[in-house]
Design a binder for this molecule. Structure first.
Ligand code: SF4
Ligand code: MG
Length: 324
């Protein structure tokens, strides 16, 4: 297996001024040293509560903004230091689908124009060539030929998300950032969109980074899953392994909140965490989870726990498993 993406010690800090006349310079550490890799053709699920930095990781990877430090190897090349003109050749290969298709689709453009737009930027093709490709794409995403000249407001949320997916696919990307693509959709439509994304991956070999705030949403689509807390990656494992054998106390709490669909198994006991997620402007020393962790020890306040290898690609950042 070959990595299409390798992220090393990614940091994204936002400067924030506070105090009288804004004299104090603080940093909001949205992403604070995240490392992971994504294999070609797989779906990597990235999970965590809102504000944990998962969207910032996604947007950093496709270079929608500059990062503070770290490396982002895309197909072996570090794209982290590249400026816009040098990023151009990577732009076509990395596409994105976001949570709210209504905000990302220009309401004054019809479907033909919306899907044509990235194609015009990245390929030289005639109108008739584009139309042929777009009609194929509409079928691919479960829309009809006569949707071609309709506008975003004429569609349901699920149909609009299908248009966004067709738009992303139109330039034949190698990688698609899917940032909460089903979170705003009706439950009945969520599974359809997930199945469609899986079919597309089967046919094209495209790689996904699939971001969600809830572990139940990424379970079936992901081959591997990463769990984030307060700007850090706390655990990475193969999907089934993570559900069977969650190691990090935070992952255990997240999983305990999901109703167990298999009634033959005893339900996990619900773990209620104390307190709130601290502000990323003022995050705890050492392990950032320690203020809410039922197992916190002295060492946890002192040094940030390193990411440990627990075998079979299962990684966890917690002193309960060593690293002291
Ligand atoms: Fe809890 Fe310590 Fe593990 Fe952090 S390192 S999750 S505080 S036991
Ligand atoms: Mg988000």
């Amino acid at each position: 297996n070959e990595a299409i993406l390798e992220v090393k010690d990614l940091k994204k800090y936002y400067p924030v001024k506070s105090g009288i006349l804004g004299r104090n310079q603080q940093y909001l550490k949205a992403v604070d040293g995240v490392s992971f890799s994504i294999q070609k053709g797989e779906t990597f699920g990235l999970v965590g509560e809102s504000g944990c930095g998962k969207s910032t990781v996604g947007r950093s990877i496709i270079r929608l903004h500059d990062i503070t430090s770290g490396n982002i190897y895309f197909d072996g090349n570090d794209i982290a230091p590249l400026k816009e003109k040098d990023l151009k050749k990577y732009r076509r290969r990395m596409q994105a689908v976001f949570q709210d298709p209504y905000a990302s689709l220009n309401p004054t453009m019809n479907v033909f124009e919306l899907i044509s737009e990235p194609m015009k930027i990245h390929n030289s093709s005639s109108i008739s060539e584009r139309k042929e490709v777009i009609l194929d794409l509409l079928e691919r995403v479960g829309l009809k030929k006569d949707h071609l000249y309709r506008y975003p407001h004429e569609f349901s949320g699920g149909q609009r998300q299908r248009v966004s997916i067709a738009r992303a696919l139109s330039v034949r990307p190698d990688f698609i950032l899917c940032d909460e693509p089903i979170s705003a959709l009706d439950v009945s439509v969520q599974a359809q969109v997930v199945n469609m994304l899986e079919d597309i991956q089967q046919d094209t070999g495209v790689t996904y980074l699939f971001i969600a705030h809830d572990l139940s949403m990424v379970r079936h689509i992901s081959s591997r899953i990463g769990v984030m807390y307060l700007g850090n990656m706390v655990e990475i494992a193969e999907s089934n392994e993570l559900y069977k054998n969650p190691l990090h106390p935070y992952t255990q709490a997240l999983l305990s909140a999901i109703p167990e669909p298999d009634t033959t198994k005893a339900a996990r006991e619900r773990i209620i965490l104390k307190g709130e997620v601290p502000s990323p402007l003022n995050s705890p020393s050492g392990c950032k989870f320690r203020t809410r962790c039922p197992y916190a020890m002295e060492i946890c306040a002192q040094v940030e726990p390193p990411m440990l290898d627990a075998g079979d690609g299962h990684q966890v950042a917690c002193y309960l498993y060593g690293g002291k």
